[in-house]
Design a protein around this ligand. Structure first.
Ligand SMILES: Nc1ncnc2c1ncn2[C@@H]1O[C@H](COP(=O)(O)OP(=O)(O)OP(=O)(O)O)[C@@H](O)[C@H]1O
Ligand SMILES: [Mg+2]
Length: 252
């Protein structure tokens, strides 16, 4: 479980996040949604410490990450897996080397143990026979799976994904969403996913935080979002559905 209490973040005199409080639950796929520029990426980066927040607390199962120094954060960092926007694989390393990288960096596992773990993770994301290929030799969907395999290699308690479906077609997006959701339940991870894909919301949104201009505007589940009385959320849902329909027409 990750709890945010009154998180605020500015860049210079530009206020990006204001008083964001929420509990992201363990074993659930928690989503952060909202328009482009609403602060989703800044919030995600703030939670993992890639941005420093000026206000509020960020509690990882009760441990206040925001208040810790660099060295004290190490233990929590070790428990975090991340899938960055665009996948962010190392282009000059093979699939297998990409997944092994965190094990090389953070563990003292033997070569054999690492190989076993790499094979387990790649198998878990249904990637077979790709170990020795380079990222440029596999599809976008496969690259996302490699990124997920790498993110789970250290058996994380917390998993963060920033727009895991960007650049993927709708069918492949569903496969990636389902994979994230399954892994979350299977390994009882606290997962936080940034998205503006309404399909993802309806497929995997156990708990949804809607950000609007850097503030918490609405919290609910995939079952609540279509019946919301909140005008801003309703407009977002309506616009997303419209976009989806146009995209589907284009693909026909
Ligand atoms: N390093 C930075 N320095 C200054 N301003 C920033 C920085 N990073 C983000 N911002 C600003 O913060 C605001 C929120 O950006 P953010 O990237 O979090 O939006 P987002 O909700 O993730 O959008 P998208 O859906 O397009 O990814 C934007 O106005 C952006 O210009
Ligand atoms: Mg973003």
């Amino acid at each position: 479980m990750i709890e945010l209490r009154g998180v605020g973040k500015s860049f210079g005199d530009k206020r990006i996040l204001r008083n964001v409080s929420i509990v992201f639950e363990q074993g659930k796929t928690n989503l952060i949604i909202g328009q482009s520029g609403s602060g989703k990426t800044v919030l995600l980066k703030s939670i993992v410490g890639l941005h420093e927040v000026e206000e509020g607390e960020i509690l990882y199962d009760g441990r206040n990450f925001a208040g810790m120094n660099f060295w004290d954060r190490k233990e929590i960092r070790r428990e975090i897996g991340m899938v960055f926007q665009g996948g962010a694989l190392f282009d000059s390393a093979t699939v297998e080397e990409n997944v092994r990288y965190p094990l090389d960096m953070f563990t003292k596992m033997t070569k054999g143990e690492k190989q076993k773990r790499v094979d387990f993770c790649l198998n878990r994301v249904n990637l077979h026979d790709a170990n020795n290929l380079f990222p440029s030799e596999i599809s976008g969907g496969m690259q996302k799976r490699v990124a997920i395999a790498r993110a789970i290699s250290l058996n994380p308690r917390y998993l963060f994904c920033d727009e895991p479906n960007s650049g993927l077609d709708p069918q492949t997006s569903i496969v990636i969403d389902q994979l994230i959701s399954e892994i979350t339940k299977e390994f009882d991870i606290t997962t936080v996913v940034n998205t503006h894909d309404m399909n993802s919301v309806t497929e995997i949104g156990d708990k949804i935080l809607f950000l609007y201009q850097g503030e918490k505007c609405w919290v609910g589940s995939k079952n609540d979002i279509f019946n919301t009385q909140n005008q801003i959320v309703d407009n977002f849902v309506f616009a997303s559905k419209l976009m989806q329909r146009i995209k589907n027409k284009e693909n026909e």
